[in-house]
Design a protein around this ligand. Structure first.
Ligand SMILES: [Zn+2]
Length: 210
C-alpha cells in the first residue's frame, strides 16, 4: 500500500470519533446552556475569539426570540447551536407531547433566526423521561456532559471552581457552563482562567459530531 492511500482508507475503517482521536488527542468540547443573553453570551463569544476556541451553545428558544441578533452573532463567529427547548422545560413536570412540541418550537425559532435547526439537544436540568428521550432521539443527538463547571452554585468560590474544572479536564471532556443571569458573576470570574488553562495546556476545542 502506498503511503498516500492511508487517509482515504482510515475514515472508512474507523468511526468518526476514533478518527478524530487519531488526528488530535488534546481536544475538548465547550458547551454553554441557557442563552442567548445580552452582556453574557456576547462576552463569552469575545473570550473565545481571543483564544481561537469554539463552543456549542444550547439555546433556549424564547431567548432566541428575544435576542435574535445575538444568536446570529454566535453562529457568525463559527460556533454551533444546540436546542435546549423553547421554555427551558423540566421533563419531570411536563407531559411528553408538550415537551416534544416545545423542542419543535425551539427548532422553529432557530430555523427562522439562523436558517437551520440543530441536530443536537440537551435537556434542561439534565433530565427527561424515557418517552421524551425516545421522541427527541428520533431526530436529534442528545448531548449530556462529562464535567459540570458548577458555575450555578453560588456557594462555591470561583477559585474552587477553577481548581476543580482544570484538574478534571481530559481529552474528550464535554464541559458545561451557563450563559445566563444567575451564573454570570461566577462565569466571568471562572471562564477566562479556564480558557487560559486550555490554551496553556495545549488543548483545542472541537464542535459536536453526529
Ligand atoms: Zn438549562
Amino acid at each position: 500500500m502506498r503511503f498516500y492511500q492511508l487517509p482515504f482508507f482510515l475514515p472508512f475503517l474507523y468511526p468518526n470519533r476514533l478518527w478524530n482521536g487519531l488526528v488530535s488527542e488534546r481536544k475538548i468540547s465547550l458547551t454553554f446552556d441557557d442563552g442567548p443573553v445580552p452582556g453574557i453570551t456576547d462576552w463569552v463569544v469575545e473570550e473565545l475569539a481571543k483564544r481561537h476556541l469554539s463552543a456549542t451553545f444550547f439555546m433556549v428558544g424564547d431567548n432566541v426570540r428575544k435576542h435574535p441578533a445575538l444568536a446570529q452573532t454566535v453562529v457568525a463567529a463559527g460556533h454551533q447551536l444546540g436546542n435546549h427547548t423553547y421554555h427551558h422545560l423540566s421533563g419531570w413536570k411536563t407531559a411528553t407531547q408538550t415537551y416534544l412540541d416545545d423542542v419543535a418550537s425551539c427548532d422553529a425559532i432557530l430555523g427562522d433566526t439562523v436558517g437551520e435547526k440543530s441536530r443536537f439537544f440537551r435537556p434542561p436540568y439534565g433530565w427527561m423521561s424515557p418517552g421524551q428521550a425516545k421522541g427527541v432521539a428520533a431526530a436529534k443527538k442528545i448531548v449530556m456532559w462529562s464535567l459540570l463547571s458548577y458555575d450555578f452554585d453560588s456557594g462555591l468560590s470561583s477559585e474552587n471552581l477553577i481548581r476543580r474544572t482544570t484538574a478534571r479536564t481530559a481529552p474528550g471532556t464535554i464541559i458545561v457552563f451557563h450563559d445566563q443571569q444567575k451564573t454570570k458573576d461566577q462565569l466571568k470570574k471562572v471562564l477566562p482562567h479556564y480558557l487560559d488553562f486550555l490554551v496553556g495546556e495545549g488543548y483545542t476545542t472541537q464542535l459536536l459530531e453526529g
